[in-house]
Design a protein around this ligand. Structure first.
Ligand code: ATP
Length: 252
């Protein structure tokens, strides 16, 4: 459903992504992991057509995102790390606007809006202006907007920021189940326990390169049954800063 092919992104001489090959299949939830600056947001921005690759391409449901931006964008819902919402609209007005952008049947959109406001416990605030919303409420509304047209692919950059425990549980279940049976979910996170709980496979980026890809079980088995956290640290710690780490885990 998402195919990232030989993706490279340079900012001047700095290489933010290099030769990235990664696929997210129908029915699958994939978690994108990596330390700060690894290239997660860059990858997501390339998938969502916000950033032009220096080389390579991204296919979404078979469509090149850069060549067919509108058709590709109809197929995914996106929750960015810093969502922008129109403060002078209410939640319902924003969701209706999104429904019109996706050319949804107005009655189907109304039913879906009601369902999503209930799912994210926003019904009481449905008519309040978004500028009065807390950060977490905005995050929940962004999820509702992304899910409104029932996209084939859901892409989420840092899903849990600012969510209360109830919303966090809703989102965790959503990330795990939304991809079944034939949709796909890709999310980036620093929360390894979320990746273990919600993702079928994890991909670890480090310095713009893919360092690891597999199910959490496969990853543990390939690394002497170490925890995902331990594997993450082994593969991403700066070996030049730590001689003992370098001798214990030589760079590949
Ligand atoms: P974090 O976990 O901190 O959000 P990330 O994995 O999402 O990090 P990116 O935001 O993708 O990392 O950034 C990857 C690298 O690209 C970083 O070194 C960042 O400084 C660099 N970068 C990103 N955007 C730009 C830009 N517009 N100009 C120059 N460098 C950039």
């Amino acid at each position: 459903m998402i195919q990232i092919q030989a993706l490279e992104k340079r900012y001047g001489r700095f290489v933010a992504l290099e030769g990235l090959e990664l696929g997210v299949h129908p029915g699958e939830t994939l978690a994108l992991l990596g330390p700060n600056g690894a290239g997660k947001t860059t990858t997501i921005r390339a998938i969502t057509g916000q950033l032009r690759p220096s080389r390579g391409r991204v296919l979404l449901d078979g469509l090149d995102v850069w060549r067919h931006p509108v058709a590709a964008k109809r197929r995914f819902g996106y929750v960015p790390d810093r969502p922008y919402l129109y403060g002078k609209l209410s939640a319902v007005e924003l969701l209706r606007f999104v429904g019109r952008l996706y050319r949804m049947d107005p009655r189907a959109a109304e039913a879906r809006i009601e369902e999503l406001l209930a799912e994210f416990r926003l019904e009481r605030f449905a008519s309040a202006l978004i500028e009065t919303y807390s950060h977490g409420m905005r995050q929940k509304l962004t999820f509702a907007a992304a899910l409104l047209p029932r996209p084939k692919v859901l892409i989420v950059d840092e899903p849990m920021v600012g969510l209360d425990p109830v919303a966090a549980r809703t989102v965790r279940n959503l990330l795990r189940t939304y991809s079944k049976p034939d949709r796909a979910v890709l999310f980036s996170t620093h929360q390894l326990e979320l990746a273990e709980a919600a993702a079928d496979r994890v991909a670890l980026l480090h310095e713009g390169r893919l360092r690891l890809l597999g199910t959490p079980d496969e990853v543990r088995r390939q690394h002497d049954d170490a925890s995902l956290e331990e594997v993450f640290i082994r593969l991403t710690e700066d070996v030049t800063d730590d001689a003992s780490a370098a001798s214990a885990h030589p760079a590949p």
